[in-house]
Design a protein around this ligand. Structure first.
Ligand code: NAD
Ligand code: NA
Length: 396
């Protein structure tokens, strides 16, 4: 079929297999261009099909020749209906990995469930024995607690008072003001249930109970802080409470891994266009201003640049892993640079529908968004018929 983008609000309903495959190849080439990393050898990535998780899988495999197992929740194609982008990404990744003789298998299903954890345990036992790196990179709007069966929905709300600020619809470029009503106690608890550290800890408990973590094993989950501008809706909002919980869980897990000489970290990453972040109000405007400045400064990074730097310059160096005063790894250091933030704050005041095309990188935002779905990728012929029915070679 010929596949074109079909958007509805913050999502794109279609995705392009060849565009996704080209994105994956570009990421692989980037990692290879940065040289080899004396990194992990057997890696489990939970949330491996898009965004930071995919970049972690690619960096592990093509940066340090690691065997990888990827867990994700993606939709296969049906005739005439393309798969979700993470499906095509994973298919492309596994083809490339297998071509160079790297072990790569995947499990598609709900990572929050006991069943998927059990399937993963069985696969590790059968194929890899022990894992030396577990990346936890889930972003989900809901989670069903496997013990109680109760489903929780996360929210993106301020806490204490309503929040009013500018935002942009990056499809139309219209800058408008939005007000978000504050969360109640239940919203806060539900968001912590979904995006906090409980499931990360359950994964590590399950793996450790089966003796599937190698001596010195490391686990890393991803967090975000961001500027004062977005604080009410992000770091001091419901999602921020969940990130506080995730960060606290790193210490709980680190204690549990002590007897193995293992480690648990949160890495604070920079703001990027992903399916998850496009849905957060105010963030797209912030990102479009941030991109403009970081590109001008020559310090712009995407997921793959961030994660490659995380592995090569933070996690796998001969010296101790550098962390901030709260024990977190920081690869948001360039985003948070004082001069960068001062410029964003200044542009923020000026941002209107009329001024944004000049002062912000709206085009970059939009291109990155369509790239997520395999569209607007250089070198791909979108006029050409493609086979939407792609299989993931290592899918269990
Ligand atoms: P993403 O949406 O690109 O990736 C989410 C992944 O989770 C996908 O692989 C998806 O298949 C998987 N997933 C979702 N629900 C699942 C389920 N129930 N079972 C199995 N797999 C499931 O998200 P992302 O932006 O890469 O975010 C990953 C992490 O990084 C999140 O913790 C996020 O908060 C954090 N982070 C994001 C940003 C940003 O700007 N995007 C910045 C810093 C930190
Ligand atoms: Na991810």
């Amino acid at each position: 079929m010929i596949i074109v983008p079909k958007t509805r609000g913050f999502i794109c309903l279609t995705s392009h297999p060849e565009g996704c495959a080209q994105n994956v190849k570009n990421q692989i080439n980037y990692v290879k261009s940065k040289g080899s990393i004396d990194g992990p050898k057997k890696v489990l990535v939970i949330g491996a099909s898009t965004g930071f998780g995919l970049a972690s899988r690619i960096t592990s495999a093509f940066g340090s020749n690691a065997a990888t197992i990827g867990i994700f929740f993606e939709k296969p194609a049906a005739p005439g209906k393309p798969a979700s982008p993470g499906w095509y990404n994973s298919a492309a990744f596994e083809q490339q990995a297998h071509q160079v003789g790297l072990y790569a298998k995947s499990i598609n299903g709900d990572a929050f469930s006991n069943e998927i954890k059990q399937q993963t345990i069985d696969l590790i036992k059968a194929d890899l024995g022990q894992i030396d790196l577990v990346i936890y990179s889930l972003a989900s709007p809901r989670r069903t607690d496997p013990v109680t069966g109760v489903t929780y929905n996360s929210t993106l709300k301020p806490i204490g008072q309503p929040f009013t600020n500018k935002t942009v619809d990056f499809h139309t470029g219209v800058v408008s003001e939005i007000s978000i009503q504050p969360a109640n106690e239940e919203d806060i608890e539900n968001t912590i249930k979904v995006m906090g550290g409980e499931d990360w800890e359950m994964w590590i408990d399950a793996l450790k109970a089966e003796n599937l973590l190698a001596p010195g094993a490391t686990t890393v989950a991803y967090s975000y802080i961001g500027p004062l501008l977005t604080e009410p809706v992000y770091r001091k909002g419901t999602i921020g409470r969940a990130k506080d919980h995730l960060e606290a869980t790193a210490f709980t897990i680190a204690d549990k891994l002590k007897d193995l000489g293992g480690k648990a970290y949160v890495s604070v990453n920079k703001a990027l266009v992903t399916q998850a972040s496009s849905a957060i109000p105010v963030i797209p405007l912030y990102i479009s201003l941030l991109y403009k400045i970081m590109k001008e400064e020559g310090i712009h990074e995407g997921c793959i640049e961030q994660i490659q730097r995380l592995f090569q310059q933070r996690l796998y160096t001969p010296t101790e892993i550098p962390t901030d005063e709260k024990g977190r790894i920081r690869v948001d250091d360039w985003e948070m640079r004082e001069d960068v933030q001062a410029k964003v704050a200044e542009l923020w005041k000026q941002a209107t529908t009329e001024s944004l095309p000049a002062i912000g990188d709206l085009k970059g935002y939009s291109t990155d968004f369509f790239n997520l779905f395999g569209f607007e990728v250089p070198g791909v012929d979108y006029e050409k018929e493609v086979d939407e029915m792609v299989e993931i070679p290592g899918l269990q």
